[in-house]
Design a protein around this ligand. Sequence first.
Ligand code: TYM
Length: 332
Amino acid sequence: MQRIFSGIQPSGIPTLGNYLGAIRNWVKLQDDHECIYCVVDMHAITVWQDPKLLPIQTRELAASIIACGIDPKRSILFHQSAVRAHAQLAWIFNCVARFGWLARMTQFKDKAGKDRENASAGLFVYPNLMAADILAYHATRVPVGEDQRQHLELANDIAQKFNHDYGVNFFPPIEALILGPAARVMSLRDGTKKMSKSDPSDQSRINLNDDPDTIALKLRRAKTDPLPLPSEPEGLEKRPEARNLVGIYAALADLDVADVLREYGGAGFSRFKEALAELMIAKLAPIAAETRRLLADPATIDAILREGAARAAAIADPIVAEAERLVGFLRA
Ligand code: TYM
């Protein structure tokens, strides 16, 4: 059975993009993989996080992941800072990865923006920590949204360079699993921008805890173009907003984009948006309700995370100890 690893940052409320691009696929993969899912609080602090909010957000995100269908008995669910192996291996990878490789990461360029001098060093070496997350478990398959593809290519480069430099075949190749018609969910206000927890406009995204009225209103206000929907997927080219909404519908309904267009081709957006709102509310309302129910008992969530961390450490510690031995650290 192949081992899966994936992670999500507790830097805000998870969005529809996180759900359709990642968490929903995590749920399906539980049936035929050994799965390890991580709330990556160490990644979150690469940009400022309020220390009072971070533990709350970490717990809330864990509850939301469980509410989406992750079964903490079958899968391992934990938070990153609870397993030291991540930081230990990340340091080694800081010394394997080349400065030039990291400087090419588009997400760093986007997040650091114009004020690059003032970005944290952690934001720059972030992909090394991500590689460590995966490789500390010798995980081979990583379900993510499209925006993480470049980071996973870098993780493979790091694994290969480590193996080459130390003359071993220790770290396996990683396969990115970028699945479904919503691997890149776009902003509701601008079809060329990714839907993101950190967008200043709440209207740009659907949060997993939005109530039905908010979902319906955000969709009604979502940017579109004046044309009716096309009958074929090719007709969505150069129509980013239409493509985004149809992709979201397809993912939520478990259909192909072509099936959705067979049904709605020729329809105007007001009819399509109404159908989309109905479908989205039917899928997301139970998740929000279950998250609220779970959060009424925070001690149980914390116990799940603690137990997950112990199971995670039992896998990662020996692998990282072996990596340290290969590097030549003295075990006196
Ligand atoms: P994060 O927290 O930004 O996002 C978590 C997951 O959600 C996906 N995602 C999206 N998918 C489709 N459309 C969107 N608009 C959208 N926004 C987010 C992301 O691709 C991701 O799969 N670096 C990672 C977290 C991470 C990780 C790892 C992932 C840390 N270590 C190891 C995999 C393996 C991140 O910031 O994800």
